[in-house]
Design a protein around this ligand. Structure first.
Ligand code: GLP
Length: 264
């Protein structure tokens, strides 16, 4: 696993956006097959999406041959609700880029048969050829997508119950009232994310410092589902100085040295 450490969230976001665009352009240069991209929500990726929008408008990258699958969605929240992940993705990315509507996939949190919806999602990912790159964030408790602590590292797309902690953290989007945050979500599993050929995780701010310490230095454990990244052959966590605040000095120096040597 690589850990890229940038001075602040803006610089980390720029790194991530340019990295994603480079990967899309690199595949386009050698193949007609679509680039399959996993995407996340949350406040963390907003600047990355803003830079990708700028790059599309500047003609530096195109999403015409990109297929996306989002990682999660609340259960029971209407799609048009301003805090649904459908609304979020259109507001912060899809409405501003050249992606064909048919290439966008987001779990339907209102499906009549949730289990069938989750199974069909896994099949659609497989039919698209699997993920070229999965972009994710991390929760304060180390969750990846909505795979809360003690989710199996072998988990696949399914309905999950959100922890009290996550509902409290997300209450800021629901009038500060944790009870208004849906109690359940649909999420890709840890194994779904880790099945991607490349995984890039964004973690900015001091509130993510414990999750980063557990994921990077702790044992690989269902306690911190992001730690599953330790077993991925091509995983990168993009941090700022604040989110690496709990790492050992020697770990910090190691990642900085790799960055410098590889010119990342
Ligand atoms: C939610 C999402 C995660 C996201 C996390 C962090 O729990 N399901 O995918 O990584 O929030 O959000 P933020 O970026 O706002 O800190």
């Amino acid at each position: 696993m690589k850990v890229i450490i940038r001075e602040n969230a803006s610089e980390g976001s720029l790194w991530a956006a340019h990295h994603i665009a480079d990967r899309i352009n690199a595949k386009k240069a050698v193949s007609d097959k679509p680039f399959v991209l996993g995407l996340c929500t949350g406040s963390t990726p907003i600047e990355t999406y803003a830079e990708l929008i700028r790059m599309v408008k500047a003609g530096e990258v195109s999403f015409k041959n990109v297929i996306t699958f989002n990682m999660d969605e609340y259960v029971g929240l209407p799609e048009e609700h301003p805090e649904s992940y459908h609304s979020f993705m259109h507001k912060y990315l899809f409405d501003h880029i050249d992606i064909p509507a048919g290439n966008i996939h987001i779990l339907n949190g209102n499906a009549a048969d949730p289990a069938a919806e989750c199974e069909a999602y896994e099949k659609a990912i497989e039919a698209a050829g699997g993920f070229d790159l999965f972009l994710g964030g991390v929760g304060e408790d180390g969750h990846i997508a909505f795979n809360e602590p003690f989710s199996s590292l072998s988990s696949r797309t399914r309905v999950v119950t959100l922890t009290y902690d996550t509902r409290v953290v997300n209450a800021r989007f629901f009038d500060g009232d944790w009870k208004k945050v849906p109690a359940q979500a649909m999420t890709v599993g840890v194994a779904t994310v880790l099945g991607a050929r490349e995984v890039v995780i964004l973690a900015f701010g001091h509130k993510k410092a414990r999750a980063i310490k557990d994921a990077v230095e702790g044992p690989m454990s269902h306690y911190c589902t992001l730690s599953g990244m330790q077993n991925h052959p091509n995983g990168t966590i993009v941090c700022d100085e604040l989110s690496v605040g709990e790492l050992k000095v020697n770990s910090y120096r190691y990642f900085k040295a790799v960055e410098a040597a590889e010119n990342l």
